[in-house]
Design a protein around this ligand. Structure first.
Ligand code: G3H
Ligand code: 13P
Ligand code: ZN
Length: 337
């Protein structure tokens, strides 16, 4: 199977009422862990690379590793997605490298830190949509900024997504998927207690979905930060402070209200690091990297298989034939006519 468009994966997920995990990768073992989890659970999947991942791997390694994944797992529909593109140029270079989907994160300026304004966000996102759809590539945009409500307490820096502005943004840009800011943040330290509606605004998802039923919603910062994984790291010398992630039940609630793409990176990182720390501590004389990379890969596979079942994508790999990017280009051209 060739790599498929993310739009098709998300349309199928919407029709089937499930969500699709988008898992970050930086190396061969992470790609293998995701593809093995997809095979184990018969899941369609989104593999995503940040700008940092692309520079760490080098685009050509990433491209050929993904070609190997497609060749070795022909039964799995897989989309390759640029995570948090900081500028149109980053998205265009991803398209040139064979990505089937890009995120133009115009909620921040090109430095990836400074919140932008609405007009800038519309302008850069629209520019990417025009060029991406002309070659059948999917586009995700973002409105509002991640960071966490807790982070913003007292600083006035919280920008949750405004549902009315979301309608305006989707109409003005023509994006396929919208990342919403509802109080989550990237990394392990999202919440200092079990999150409730005060810090995790799931109600916004429902409101936005009611206004934009045809737009696929995306939850970033969606690692659950399981205590068991944190405990393994700490048991073997790590120093992760007490912390809470996004409970899986909240993600499942989101999926019932239009969330189709769920971004997970931190849970994979925790699983890998715990397994490596454990393997090294248990056999300090060993120095073959396979002795710790194999359990690391298996630990990442386990957490991803669990998420695939929880998000509902498990069992759906064989539901449909992939549409080529040329088909998707015609689809977009028809929709615009
Ligand atoms: O966007 C956040 C992802 O976890 C990627 O992180 O930029 O460190 O690769 P990264
Ligand atoms: P986590 O840090 O919660 O895994 O979020 C990852 C993410 O949103 C990537 O874009
Ligand atoms: Zn993100």
């Amino acid at each position: 199977m060739a790599m498929v468009s993310m739009r098709q994966l998300l349309d199928e997920a919407a029709a089937g009422g499930y969500g699709v995990g988008a898992f970050n990768v930086n190396n061969m073992e992470q790609i293998q862990a995701i593809m093995e989890a997809a095979r184990e659970t018969s899941s369609p999947v989104i593999v995503q690379a940040s700008r940092g991942a692309r520079s760490y791997t080098n685009d050509r390694f990433l491209y050929h590793l993904m070609q190997a994944a497609v060749e070795l797992y022909p039964e799995i529909p897989v989309a390759l997605h640029q995570d948090h593109g900081n500028s149109p140029e980053t998205c265009f270079s991803a398209i040139d490298q064979g990505f089937t989907s890009v995120m133009m994160d115009g909620s921040l300026l090109a430095d990836g830190k400074t919140p932008s304004d609405f007009a800038y966000n519309v302008q850069v996102t629209r520019e990417v949509v025009e060029r991406a759809h002309a070659v059948g590539v999917t586009v995700e945009g973002e409105l509002g900024t991640l960071g966490g409500i807790e982070d913003g307490v007292g600083s006035g820096e919280v920008h949750l997504t405004d549902p009315d502005q979301a309608v305006e943004f989707v109409e003005a840009t023509g994006i396929d998927a919208l990342a919403v800011a509802i109080g989550t943040s990237h990394g392990a330290y999202k919440f200092s207690r079990q999150p409730d509606g005060e810090v995790l605004a799931m109600n916004l998802i429902q409101e936005i979905h009611e206004k934009l039923p045809a737009t696929h919603l995306v939850m970033h910062g969606s690692s659950s930060v399981p205590k068991e994984l944190v405990d393994i790291i700490n048991e073997y010398g790590g120093q992760i402070r007490p912390t809470w992630g996004v409970p899986v039940e909240e993600i499942q609630l989101g999926i019932r209200h239009g969330v189709r793409k769920i971004n997970v990176d931190t849970d994979s990182r925790l699983a890998i690091t715990g397994a490596i720390r454990k393997a090294m501590a248990e056999d300090a004389a060993e120095f073959d990297p396979r002795s710790y990379l194999k359990p690391a890969r298996a630990a990442m596979q386990a957490v991803i298989s669990e998420r695939m079942r929880q998000f509902g994508q498990a069992g759906h790999a064989g539901d449909y034939d992939p549409r080529s990017l040329a088909d998707m280009r015609d689809f977009y051209a028809g929709a615009a006519a």
